[in-house]
Design a protein around this ligand. Structure first.
Ligand SMILES: Nc1ncnc2c1ncn2[C@@H]1O[C@H](COP(=O)(O)OP(=O)(O)OP(=O)(O)O)[C@@H](O)[C@H]1O
Length: 288
C-alpha cells in the first residue's frame, strides 16, 4: 500500500505536533517509526488512520485521500497502546465487532492468537489487565490483515514472553500475507531487527528515512590502542567514546570509504557495527 505524505502539518491549538512532514512509503514492508516522547508519532499515525484531520498538507493512501473516505479507511488499521477494543462485553464480542469492521478478517487466525496470548473468549474486556488489553489489540491488528496496519506501541504492559510471541507472530504473518506495516516503538533493540525501513521523527519533523541497512551502515565502532583511535577519528563525527586502560573505543557516524577502512586496518584498529538505538540517540540529539 503506497503511503504519500506531503507537507503534513498537525496543530493542537498552539502546539505544532507535525511540522511539514513529507515522505513516501512504497511496497509491502515493515517500517519502524521512531521518535522521542512527544515527537509526534501518535499524531502522525492518527492522521494516517483518519482518526484526526491534518491542519495542512496531504495524505494519500493507495493514491486516495484518507480523511472521511470509507473506501480507504476499510483498508487501514491502527492499534494504539491500550489495544483497540471497546470496553463493553467479552473478548468474543470484541472479535465479533472487529470482524464486522474488517473485510479481510481471519477468524481462525484470531482464535489461534487468542490462545497464544492466553486470552479466553468469555473474558470481560473491562476486567482485562493492561497487558491483556494490549494483546487483545494485537489480535485485532494481526487478524484484520489490513493492507496498511499500524501498531502504536501496542505491546505496552505485555511481559517479555508475550512481546516475543507478538514479534514472532507479526513476522510470520507478514511473510505469509505481505502488507504495509508501520510500527512505532521505544523498544528499539527488541523490535529493531523487524524493520526493513526506518523513519525517525523529532519535534514533528522528519530527521531520517532510510532502509535499515543503509541507516546501520552509517555507524561504526572503532576499537584499538587509544592513541591510534584518537588519530583515526580526528575530523570524524564521534558519537561516543570510552576508554579502558590503554584501549579505547569510539562510535563514529558517517560511512567509511575503502581508503579509511584500509587506514584503520593498517593502524591495527578493529571496526564493528553500531546498534540502531545508538544511531537513534545521536540523530535525535542525545539528552535534552
Ligand atoms: N490532544 C492533544 N492536545 C494538545 N496537544 C497534544 C495532544 N496530543 C498530543 N499533543 C502534543 O503533540 C505533540 C506530539 O504528541 P504525540 O502524542 O504525537 O507524540 P509521541 O511521539 O506519540 O509521544 P510518546 O512517545 O510520548 O507517546 C506533543 O507535544 C504533545 O504534547
Amino acid at each position: 500500500m503506497r503511503v504519500e505524505v506531503e507537507d503534513l502539518v498537525l496543530r493542537y491549538g498552539d502546539v505544532t505536533a507535525l511540522d511539514r512532514l513529507s515522505f513516501t512509503l512504497e511496497g509491502e514492508k515493515i517500517h519502524g517509526l521512531l521518535g522521542r516522547n512527544g515527537s509526534g508519532k501518535t499524531s502522525l499515525l492518527s492522521v494516517l488512520a483518519a482518526f484526526r484531520r491534518q491542519s495542512a498538507g496531504t495524505v494519500r493512501i493507495g493514491g486516495r485521500p484518507v480523511f472521511e473516505n470509507g473506501a480507504v479507511t476499510r483498508d487501514v488499521s491502527l492499534i494504539r497502546d491500550a489495544g483497540e477494543t471497546v470496553d463493553l462485553g467479552t473478548a468474543e464480542d470484541a472479535l465479533y465487532f472487529a470482524e464486522w469492521l474488517r473485510p479481510r478478517w481471519d477468524a481462525g487466525y484470531a482464535r489461534s492468537l487468542m490462545d497464544l496470548f492466553g486470552l479466553r473468549p468469555k473474558m470481560s474486556v473491562k476486567a482485562m489487565s493492561k497487558g491483556q488489553r494490549s494483546a487483545m489489540g494485537v489480535v485485532v491488528g494481526l487478524a484484520g490483515r489490513a493492507p496498511l496496519t499500524m501498531f502504536d506501541e501496542s505491546y505496552l504492559g505485555m511481559d517479555a514472553p508475550s512481546r516475543r510471541a507478538f514479534y514472532d507472530a507479526l513476522l510470520a504473518d507478514y511473510l505469509a500475507h505481505p502488507r504495509t506495516i508501520i510500527m512505532s516503538t521505544h523498544l528499539i533493540q527488541e523490535f529493531g531487527p523487524l524493520f526493513e525501513d526506518v523513519l525517525i521523527i523529532d519535534q514533528g519533523r522528519l530527521v531520517a528515512h532510510e532502509d535499515s541497512e543503509t541507516l546501520l551502515s552509517r555507524g561504526t565502532e572503532v576499537i584499538g590502542p587509544a592513541a591510534h583511535v584518537e588519530a583515526f577519528t580526528t575530523g570524524l563525527t564521534v558519537l561516543d567514546q570510552r576508554r579502558l586502560g590503554p584501549t579505547s573505543s569510539a562510535m563514529v557516524y558517517g560511512e567509511l570509504d575503502e581508503a579509511q577502512r584500509a587506514k584503520a586496518a593498517a593502524a591495527g584498529l578493529e571496526l564493528g557495527p553500531v546498534g540502531m538505538q545508538e544511531l537513534f540517540i545521536h540523530l535525535t540529539g542525545g539528552s535534552r
